[in-house]
Design a protein around this ligand. Structure first.
Ligand SMILES: [Zn+2]
Length: 290
């Protein structure tokens, strides 16, 4: 599943390759990825044809391409989505769902922007007046790599919450873009167990986990993102390889690189959490008196 660094890699690729090109045609090859556009696939195509993408923006794992009209094309990669920029004569991908035929940009030849998605949990939609920030994203918090992310406000909110810190990290209304892999990696780096309650963490501990999240996400960005299930490839079709640098995620039974204790895996919200039981001691169970 693409996490924030992968989505940021895609955003940068889109910024480099699709801006200022006229959308000549839109082919919706499967209706499901545009299911949120209630007037239907034909209307979706009509609203985008003839327009131009003017920027490539991101909040958390959502991407949007503002249009010259002030509207936007909004996208989410879901579990297995890819946005590929391909030569316009490239062979169709097996799971190609939506194709935008884009005209030339200066001397650069026409290309396709292709939405390829095997499992189709992701999708595209047309966001009226969404150029600055699509209305669909107002409830999504900024991510830790966003220059306008407010550390102090985040620390205060965490310390008022009775939820476990990992659950808080995954809550897109408090901080976006930190998925399961990076939450586990950040908690390992910060030496905190994911079940530690927000209201029992010190200010310094919360800041430590935030800084750790930034470190692992920045490192992943430098390497083109993580490719864990081989379904994810970036805008040029190349897999990331940050998984070679993972310290805990997917490493159950292997020794912690800091202390040698075998990494442990536990189930968490229908997924898994990986941690070092020595570096990240579980919180003591306290009896609640009342
Ligand atoms: Zn350890």
């Amino acid at each position: 599943m693409p996490e924030l660094p992968e989505v940021e890699v895609v955003r940068r690729g889109l910024e480099a390759h699709v801006l200022d090109r006229p959308v000549r045609a839109v082919d919706v090859l499967h209706p499901r990825p545009v299911r949120r556009h209630l007037p239907g696939p034909d209307d979706f195509a009509a609203r985008l044809t003839g327009r131009t993408f003017t920027a490539a923006r991101r909040r958390g794992k959502y991407l949007w391409l503002p249009l010259d009209t002030g509207d936007a094309l909004l996208g989410h990669l879901g579990m297995s989505g890819q946005l590929l920029v391909q030569p316009s004569d490239a062979v169709d991908e097996r799971h190609l769902r939506v194709r935008f035929r884009l005209g030339p940009a200066g001397a650069r030849p026409p290309v396709d922007l292709r939405f390829v998605d095997q499992r189709m949990f992701g999708g595209l939609s047309f966001s009226p007046e969404g150029a600055e920030l699509p209305g669909e994203l107002i409830h999504i918090a900024r991510d830790p790599l966003d220059p306008e992310f407010d550390d102090d406000a985040f620390v205060r909110r965490v310390r008022r919450s009775a939820s476990g810190i990992k659950r808080i990290l995954l809550d897109q209304s408090r901080v976006s873009g930190v998925g399961n892999i990076y939450a586990d990696e950040a908690l390992w780096l910060a030496r905190l167990h994911g079940e530690r309650r927000g209201d029992r963490l010190s200010r310094a501990e919360v800041q430590r986990v935030l800084d750790a999240a930034r470190r692992v996400m920045t490192a992943a960005l430098g390497q083109g993102g993580t490719s864990f299930d081989a379904l994810y490839v970036n805008v040029n079709g190349q897999s990331g390889y940050f998984d070679r640098s993972l310290e805990v995620y997917g490493r159950d039974g292997l020794p912690c690189s800091r202390c040698g204790t075998p990494i442990r895996r536990v189930s968490f919200m229908n997924r898994s959490s990986f941690f070092c039981p020595t570096c990240q001691p579980a919180p003591r169970v306290r009896r609640t008196g009342t």
